[in-house]
Design a protein around this ligand. Structure first.
Ligand code: AMP
Length: 540
């Protein structure tokens, strides 16, 4: 028997209509460095219509790709909503990619239009002649005349293009399974690959962002979105905010600790999201420039493992709750979220919160061994994490990857354990785990332990070749300004929490650890630097 329910497609056009009318008064706030620009969701809705008319006028039809090369700001939100709502496909380009990757991605996606922030024009301009399918560049927030267009490309000013356009648009009905947005993986290993999110997957994911076992985004609150809009759709926050009626606080290009602290003081957000390196930077800044940030009800951190010391510092020094979550470009990205069970208490509660968390009902997870056999969820057996669900990728756009998509599951490349009550604890990436004398050492566990030392500002651990053991850990450390610690001291400190045979004997002190295009420690780069002999490795 078929159900008697409506088969109503889930579409971002409906989300746009809904948010801009029912939550008309919610705002997108963009930081300018010295103050804020504000736009209500009602205005955003009208400007989205104008943008859609403008893009139609430029010939955007069907599933044409419209790229963005932008910071997090109001105009980027407009592109997020208008482009998919008109049936086209939004493609946020990662502004921190190496030129070759950027060019590869834009050509692979066949972007026809790029919307670019005026402040980013100098970064994009040199690559334009190599972007084979781009016909129009639309410049926001500044004069389009600053950009000399290569032949075949027309340059427009965003505001001039929108001016005088109708503030209503006849949003088309689209198949909910069709692509709404395209994000490429950050390419930590190998070429970036495209993940095409559907209207349906983005809608369902937005509901999860609002659920109490998800990010629990709430009506009337404001969310500071530090995670870039080009990194897995800003973790779904913009669409979820439109769905639930939360306001968005966008930092634009002001991502350093000092301006972020200023923005927090001025806008007093209730919620914020970013990768751990951003929060480590903010914590250090707050040590030197104390400031109240306790208005933040919750801070969502993911993208790499959150060191327990970081969670404790936020809680103990600033009365801010850190919410640890796991996800990836292929998973939209939520993923597991580390909310402890209600009955957990005291230290047990913390142990749950340190883990990568539990999966929601919509996402199924399992662990497999190297032969692809299931590994029990008993909290001790280790395997590679595989996931599937309505917002989990089942393939890449235009590239076959039979090793990633196996028997209907996405193989994540992450290794860890799942407890009987469903909590995931990751030990490593398959490619980062250190194989020492036939045993595995978790680089993440070592990093978390080293970062617990009060003199350590940051630490990344990689495996380096070793004649006797195959591989041994090398700890690359950044110390807090004005603080000192020797490798022997740090090793002694680790001895309390790390098994003897895992204690690292190779240490290097650096002034900065390189990060990837999305702000994670770049272990590929660290391995290359080690091979090139750039580290002064100390053995205590
Ligand atoms: P990306 O697609 O750039 O977001 O990268 C996804 C990868 O980041 C995952 O496969 C993990 O290796 C890593 N990652 C994300 N969240 C976490 C976390 N909470 N703990 C450890 N690793 C994480």
């Amino acid at each position: 028997m078929l159900s008697t329910m409506h088969d109503m497609p889930l579409s971002l056009a409906h989300l746009l209509r809904y948010g801009s009318t029912v939550h008309a008064g919610a705002q997108v706030v963009t930081w300018t460095g010295s103050g804020s620009r504000r736009r209500t969701y009602a205005e955003v809705g009208r400007r989205c219509s104008a943008l859609a008319h403008a893009l139609r006028g430029l010939g955007i039809e069907g599933d044409d790709r419209v790229a963005t090369y932008m910071w997090n700001n109001a105009e980027h939100l407009e592109a997020y909503l208008a482009v998919p709502a008109m049936g086209a496909v939004l493609h946020p380009l990662n502004i921190r990619l190496f030129p070759e990757q950027l060019i590869h991605i834009a050509n692979h996606a066949e972007d026809r239009v790029i919307i670019v922030d005026g402040s980013l024009v100098p970064m994009l301009a040199p690559h334009l002649p190599r972007l084979e399918t781009v016909e129009h560049v639309i410049v926001t927030g500044g004069p389009s005349s600053a950009l000399a267009a290569p032949s075949g490309v027309t340059v427009h000013s965003y505001e001039e293009l929108l001016a005088g356009r109708p503030d209503e648009f006849d949003w088309p009905e689209v198949d909910e399974r069709s692509a709404a947005a395209l994000c490429y993986t950050s390419g930590t290993t190998g070429e970036p690959k495209g993940v095409a999110y559907s209207h349906r997957s983005l809608w369902l994911h937005s509901m999860q962002v609002c659920m109490s076992d998800g990010a629990n985004l709430r009506q009337g609150e404001s969310a500071l979105v530090v995670v870039p809009q080009f990194h897995v759709m800003a973790w779904g926050l913009p669409y979820a905010a439109f769905m639930i009626g939360a306001s968005l606080v966008m930092p634009d290009r002001f991502l350093q600790p000092a301006p972020l602290a200023e923005l927090i003081a001025a806008e007093r957000p209730d919620f914020a999201a970013a990768v751990p390196t951003i929060w480590q930077g903010l914590l250090q800044h707050l040590k030197q420039h104390p400031q109240d940030i306790s208005m933040l009800r919750e801070v969502l951190i993911g993208g790499s493992a959150v060191p327990p010391s970081l969670m404790r510092a936020f809680e103990d020094d600033h009365h801010v709750t850190v919410l640890h979550a796991w996800g990836m470009t292929e998973t939209s990205p939520l993923g597991s979220v580390a909310r402890p069970p209600a009955e957990a208490d005291g230290e047990e509660r913390w142990r749950y919160r340190y883990s990568q968390g539990r999966f929601p009902a919509s996402v199924q997870a399992r662990l497999v061994d190297e032969q692809g056999r299931s590994v029990p969820h008993d909290g001790v057996s280790v395997g590679e994490l595989c996931v599937r669900g309505p917002w989990i990728a089942s393939s890449y756009y235009g590239v076959s990857a039979p090793d990633k998509f196996v028997d209907g599951w996405l193989r994540t490349g992450d290794v860890g354990m799942i407890s009987e009550d469903g909590y995931l604890t990751l030990s490593d990436r398959v490619k980062d785990v250190i194989k020492s004398g036939g045993e595995w050492i978790s680089s993440v566990d070592l990093e978390n332990a080293v970062m617990g030392h009060p003199a350590v500002a940051g630490a990344a651990v990689i495996g380096i070749p070793d004649e006797r053991w195959d591989e041994r850990p090398l700890v690359v450390v950044v110390l807090h300004a004005g603080q000192a610690a020797t490798p022997a001291e740090l090793r002694d400190f680790l001895a309390a929490s790390v098994a003897r045979w895992q204690l690292p004997e190779n240490w290097a002190f650096v002034s900065e650890i390189p990060t990837t295009s999305v702000g994670k420690y770049d272990k590929k780069q660290l391995r290359a630097e080690h091979r090139a002999g750039r580290f002064d490795v100390i053995r205590p």
